[in-house]
Design a protein. Structure first.
Length: 314
């Protein structure tokens, strides 16, 4: 099985498993990451985004729904891989050079042999990971990032960029273990960011007004957030994230400093009292990739989101 097919197959099998064991495994990964972050210099809290945070409540409770869009996404990769299997030269390059590349963009981006639909980063992005952010005192970001990378390395927890082919093999084994009722010993890839306290604080002040403005003037709300992110090393990515998207979709806070937490509660209260769930769905769809709207065709996800917004009123 070539790399693309293995990624597609692994991604589909991981998604199709909605067992309690898989949920406990995901929660174990989150707890370990939070434990490391809370020990770092300047820690002011953390938060998760993406999967599984948008399918669970604020206490990380709930069931894991089968998301048809994730299966379609994996099958799309499988179809593309079969069509150009003999021409996809990235497989041999990744096998030989993957662990030596600075990351999956710097070398691949200018390469004339890279297929736009099957860029290595796009392929690896099909695999599950844990997307977590540490809120850090402004003057401790350097010390915190060094502590995190050193500690995660000691725990044998890495990003997918460190060794892409090894990552694929490990997630394939994780998926097989879960299917066989065995708690995996390997951890999921990390997607880790560190953001300054002052930046999050300012963004929380701005979110309600950006949504008011968006709905009143029929525009897309945009609040850029540009953290330092762990790839092979710490770096600033090419593009900023839209904080409004993560705020609405999946942001799940852990142990926030009291003033920051009050700001979050206040902003959530304003938004949930001012707008209906349908209003917020419209805003969400206006700024999210099409795949998010397709994911939310899953009725269980719609219910999860309704409960999320309703909980902001309490």
């Amino acid at each position: 099985m070539n790399i693309c097919m293995e990624v597609a197959d692994t991604s589909n099998r991981f998604e199709q498993n909605n067992s309690e064991l898989k949920k406990n495994y995901l929660l174990y990964n989150i707890r370990v990451i939070n434990k490391v972050m809370s020990s770092a210099p300047g820690y002011q809290g953390s938060f998760g985004t993406g999967y599984p945070f948008y399918v669970l409540d604020s206490n990380l409770e709930g069931n894991l729904p089968l998301i048809d869009e994730q299966i379609r996404y994996g099958n799309e990769l499988l179809k593309s891989a079969k069509e150009i299997e003999s021409q996809w030269r990235c497989a041999s390059c990744l096998s030989t050079n993957g662990k030596w590349m600075p990351d999956l963009k710097q070398i691949c981006k200018p390469c004339p042999q890279v297929n736009d639909d099957l860029k290595p980063r796009k392929v690896i992005n099909r695999l599950p990971d844990i997307d977590m952010w540490m809120v850090c005192a402004d003057d401790e970001v350097g010390n915190a990032s060094q502590f995190l990378s050193r500690t995660f390395d000691m725990l044998d927890m890495h990003t997918s960029d460190v060794d892409p082919v090894k990552t694929i093999k490990e997630i394939s084994k994780i998926t097989s273990d879960l299917e066989n009722g065995v708690m995996p010993s390997e951890m999921l890839p990390l997607d880790i960011h560190v953001i300054e306290y002052s930046k999050i604080s300012n963004l929380l002040d701005e979110v309600p007004f950006s949504i008011f403005d968006a709905i009143e003037n029929n525009i897309d709300p945009y609040l850029p957030i540009h953290p330092i992110s762990l790839r092979k090393t710490w770096q600033y990515d090419d593009t900023a994230y839209n904080f409004v998207l993560d705020y609405l979709l999946s942001m799940t806070p852990f142990r926030w400093e009291s003033t920051l937490n009050e700001k979050l509660m206040c902003s959530r209260d304003i938004i949930s009292e001012s707008f209906s769930v349908n209003n917020l769905f419209d805003v969400l769809y206006s700024i999210a990739p099409e795949s998010v709207e397709r994911r939310f065709e899953t009725p269980q996800l719609q219910k999860c989101y309704e409960r999320r917004v309703e909980s902001w009123k309490k």
